[in-house]
Ligand binder design. Structure first.
Ligand SMILES: *Cc1c(COP(=O)(O)O)cnc(C)c1O
Length: 356
């Protein structure tokens, strides 16, 4: 079946795979909805966009994304409430960040309005795939990669921009243990750490795997030159609380500018907390835990939303915060953000994009 809606050509699946979904065991990123959005960039312009059945795409093994890493992605979510309404959280922000990443990797930008329109149509078409259980959402994965069939190092002249979606459950369960990484680096000054570039994640896998072998869920990355300042936690931004003050590493070219981070900080200000975006040293955090002054530490990112950090390992010793049940801010913001995204809180900053 072919229907054209606002210039996106839509080819629907003959039969939905919905009946095969085990809604109680979604996991994260293993179940794929019926459709995907695809558009190619050639001859200096974006071509006709399509929504079509989710499935494999055939490529030459010579495409440059595979060899030189011109590949970027985004991650955002759509939420359903009990009334059947569906909203996407801050899609314009992800569109803008995709373009920032594109620029950094010499890739073409995709118009913000077209990005939002594509999400709107894709989510509307696959609305039955948006779950509404506790912690559940429809994860949307936009990504762009170079498809020139050419084995020379230069910016590709052709690209593919694809979005598929996954109904997902909770990302982490419970409190996490992190280890301060002082040997490897995720991103260096002048590098592409503030782009959601695929290569950043591949380069971080070995260090993360080692930490996991040692019994930690994630790393607490430090700066590449001194390893004294905290950058991020795994693939999340990290935020700390001491009394009425929230503090977090200021974004830089080695820190990804997270939408969750920005949203949490804005709401904290609305609630009357003091917010500090600055350098945060490992020693400052460890000393605060030792003195029983660090009230909370958590990761912030779209996948997990808020991941409470209970244990921080530093140079071989574990430092433990009070139990999450005694925390004040993280539980409150988790609940608030979940309700806001489902349309059950007043959307004071107009962050939600209503799909249905
Ligand atoms: C995606 C990502 C984040 C979180 O960004 P959100 O927009 O909140 O999802 C933080 N750090 C890294 C390295 C990331 O890739």
């Amino acid at each position: 079946m072919i229907a054209t809606t606002n210039q996106i050509e839509v080819h629907k699946v003959k039969e939905s795979r919905i009946p095969q979904v085990d809604w109680d065991n979604l996991g994260f990123g293993t179940v794929f909805s019926d459709h995907m959005f695809v558009v190619e960039y050639r001859d200096g312009a974006w071509q006709k966009p399509e929504i079509k059945p989710y499935g494999t795409i055939a490529f030459s093994p010579a495409i440059s994304a595979l060899h030189y890493g011109q590949a970027i992605f985004e991650g955002l979510k759509a939420f359903r409430n009990d009334k059947g309404e569906i909203r996407v959280f801050r899609p314009e922000r992800n569109a803008a960040r995709l373009n920032k990443s594109a620029k950094r990797l010499s890739m073409p930008e995709y118009p913000v309005e077209s990005f939002v329109e594509a999400i709107q149509q894709l989510v509307e078409l696959d609305q039955e795939w948006v779950p509404n259980g506790a912690g559940q959402a429809l994860y949307i994965r936009p990504h762009m990669f170079a498809i020139d069939e050419y084995v020379g190092v230069r910016p590709s002249q052709s690209y593919m921009f694809v979005m598929f979606t996954c109904p997902v459950g909770k990302y982490y369960t419970g409190e996490v243990k992190v280890k301060v990484e002082r040997e490897y680096t995720r991103a260096a000054r002048g590098g592409a750490g503030n782009a959601k570039a695929a290569g950043n994640y591949g380069a971080a896998l070995m260090a993360s795997a080692q930490a996991q072998q040692d019994g930690y869920n994630q790393l607490l990355w430090t700066d590449s030159s001194s390893h004294e300042f905290i950058e991020e936690s795994g693939t999340m931004n990290v935020i700390f609380r001491k009394g009425n003050t929230l503090f977090t590493p200021a974004v830089s070219d080695s820190i990804l500018d997270g939408v969750t981070r920005e949203s949490v900080l804005q709401i904290a200000k609305d609630w009357g907390y003091t917010v500090e975006e600055r350098k945060v040293s490992v020693v400052e955090v460890i000393e605060a835990i030792k003195n029983n002054e660090l009230d909370e530490a958590f990761g912030a990112g779209t996948a997990a939303t808020i991941a409470p950090i209970r244990v921080i390992n530093y140079d071989g010793s574990d430092f433990t915060l009070r139990p999450y049940t005694e925390w004040e801010f993280a539980p409150k913001i988790s609940e608030y953000l979940d309700q806001l995204k489902r349309g059950l809180q007043e959307d004071t900053h107009q962050w939600n994009k209503r799909v249905i």
